[in-house]
Write a protein that binds this ligand. Sequence first.
Ligand code: PGA
Length: 240
Amino acid sequence: MSRTLFLAANWKMHSAPEGTFDPESPYKIQDSVDVVVFSTFLDLAACLQVGIEAGPQYGHAEASGPHTGDVSLKMCADLGCTYALCGHSDRRQKHGETDDMVAAQVKAALALRLHPVVCIGEKEEERDAGKQQEVVRRQMSVLPLEQNITIAYEPIWAISRGDPNKPAASTQDAQEMHAFIRSLLPDATRETMRLLYGGSMKPENAKELLSQPDIDGGLIGGASLKPDAFREIITIAQSL
Ligand code: PGA
């Protein structure tokens, strides 16, 4: 079963990188690989205007209400977004999002015809205790595992690893977890749902990671803020 590779840029709390709105922007729709950008709310409209497939990094599940500082998924859908990032570990860890809150966002997104990219993954101490499968099984147990969602496995300990002594997840670790996650999918979506890897994906390791049988793309933070690095990853994906 061949699944089109999917590269999602997670710009986190950074403004659109220089060159984003240029005609040759790597963030625009590309041949033979799906590219989506998760920008801050402030950059969404400008991205959509130049034909970038952009979505929010979070959106409230309710359409509107007394939630000071929040923006709803519905507002993003009304703006023209077609994707939404849900359950990123920054949101789970720094904003207290629980599995149930993430599931509510995923269900709201689906109802709005937004395609959720849902992050799951274990913390370093959970990996050290051998609990990584238990954690992702729990995180997935509340999700509607339908075709219109994408799961991004992001082992938290492998995110933003600038320190060369602490490398990203090994390709083998990543593939093993992706195969496990796929085994948890229902029959209807096991072969068709795309599973992204996230955690220090960059041009240097993209080919190896993206060549794995159960890795169908990447959720890319740091390297997606450098247009040349992101373009290189796209070129690698297109060559596979
Ligand atoms: P990273 O971030 O590529 O910088 O590790 C990935 C993410 O947090 O989505």
